[in-house]
Design a protein around this ligand. Structure first.
Ligand SMILES: *Cc1c(COP(=O)(O)O)cnc(C)c1O
Length: 419
């Protein structure tokens, strides 16, 4: 079948892919995962201190990142919340956040009385540091790096920006376990980093998250924010000023479930092979898609080693006679490439009513704290022109990756039939 001549499936032709849907699922569950969860069921289903599988996972994550402390959490959102709290972000403080991200990068700030200051992105969808500099005020405390789709942000540029403006550098590494910039691992860029271990994330606990930091004082404040009683009592030294608060902490309990910890701990030894496999298939996809009209593959700096949580593609309608993205996507789906999608919740945060009118849901926020969708044109444009592909990691997935390339190519080359 020649993609250039076959009629499009959307117009009654044969689809490129006929295998039933569900071409990508995550995480891969193997016997080792089942055994680990089974063992945990027989050991403990609740862990109130830093022991057992929770301690094991935290030790392994800390060794893997090369950081002094890791504290697990029930979700990545909770990890971000604790990270901001432990970094001392409080009422009235401002934090610079890229406008194009998943909303949980910023929403925990609302629960600390702080103000996310959305910063528009550059043409590639990355934090625009010139725009960020314009948003710095005397209340700005931190800047957050988000390594969207697993493509690492520029560590040098961020560190010098943070230094120049006397800001904490924090990270949301939820897309980027194992990604690195010039050899520097995501999660070690600044004062602290939060990660998600949610279902589809490259390292998965099903549900979970963690914060990584080298700063022991910050670690104690993480404990205060998200744990209480046994764990705080056993880990915070008796002479420490926070010790009297150990029984209650701040009153929140955000700890990970031991069964989730067991799953993540069983997955962790395979993370490197996931990343190596994804890098190979991503390179293959990027090469194959780079000549397809209407599709731009991401350009990569030589220093960047992405983790490829997904492969983001930019759709250039002008190269396809103005064919709207949704029509292109529908035709790609008709070819059976059902995993190609337009990111839904990862978008310009200024599009969300919560960011436009936070005071409607949250106490203490005025109308002037809201943002207008049209003030973040680059974030909107990047979101409105991005398609994403899963990045498989096994060699036996290569034919499927090739079939996806063939589907995208076929629709692009025959796009005139859709006009
Ligand atoms: C998934 C994700 C989060 C939130 O993590 P959860 O574990 O789902 O709470 C935060 N930021 C980004 C960029 C994410 O992708």
């Amino acid at each position: 079948m020649s993609p250039a001549t076959s009629p499009l499936a959307a117009l009654g032709g044969d689809p490129v892919i006929t295998e039933p849907h569900g071409h990508f699922s995550w995480p891969p569950i193997e016997a080792a995962d089942r055994a680990a969860v089974d063992l945990q069921l027989a050991t403990a289903v609740s862990i109130p201190d830093r022991s057992g599988i929770v301690a094991e996972l935290e030790d392994n994550l800390a060794a893997w990142l090369g950081v002094r402390h890791v504290l697990t959490a029930c979700t990545g959102t909770a990890a971000l919340h604790s990270m901001y709290a432990a970094a001392g972000i409080g009422p009235g403080d401002e934090v610079l956040v890229p406008a194009y991200t998943f909303h949980a990068t910023a929403t925990p700030l609302f629960h600390l009385g702080a103000r996310p200051r959305l910063v528009d992105v550059d043409a590639e969808g990355r934090l625009d540091l010139a725009a960020a500099a314009d948003r710095v005020t005397s209340r700005t405390r931190a800047v957050v790096a988000v390594h969207l789709w697993g493509i690492p942000e520029d560590h040098h540029a961020l560190a010098s920006f943070a230094h120049r403006h006397d800001l904490l550098l924090l990270e949301d590494g939820a897309h980027a376990h194992g990604a690195s910039w010039a050899g520097r691992l995501v999660g070690t860029y600044g004062a602290a980093a939060a990660f998600s271990l949610n279902g589809p994330k490259t390292l998965s606990a099903g549900e979970g998250g963690f914060v990584a930091t080298d700063d022991t004082e910050l670690y104690y404040r993480l404990l205060m924010h998200s744990q209480y009683n046994k764990r705080c009592r056993s880990e915070i030294p008796a002479h420490h000023p926070l010790a009297p608060y150990a029984v209650t902490g701040t009153g929140l309990k955000l700890r990970i479930h031991p069964l989730a910890a067991a799953l993540a701990n069983a997955q962790l030894p395979r993370l490197d092979s996931y990343l190596t496999g994804r890098a190979e298939i991503a390179a293959h996809l990027r090469g194959a898609l780079s000549h397809v009209p209407g599709i731009h593959v991401p350009t990569l700096d030589d220093r960047a080693r992405p983790s490829w949580y997904a492969l983001p593609l930019r759709y250039v309608a002008e190269a396809l006679n103005g064919l709207p993205l949704h029509r292109f996507l529908a035709a790609v789906h008709a070819e059976g490439a059902c995993e190609v999608d337009v990111p839904g919740s990862t978008r310009s945060m200024a599009d969300h009513p919560l960011f436009q009118r936070p005071g409607d849901l949250l106490p203490g926020y005025a109308e002037s704290d809201g943002v207008a969708a049209e003030d973040y044109p680059a974030a909107r444009l990047v979101h409105g022109t991005t398609l994403k592909l899963p990045v498989w990691h096994r060699e036996q997935d290569l034919p499927l990756a090739n079939a996806y390339t063939a589907a995208l190519t076929k629709v692009a080359l025959n796009h005139k039939d859709l006009l």
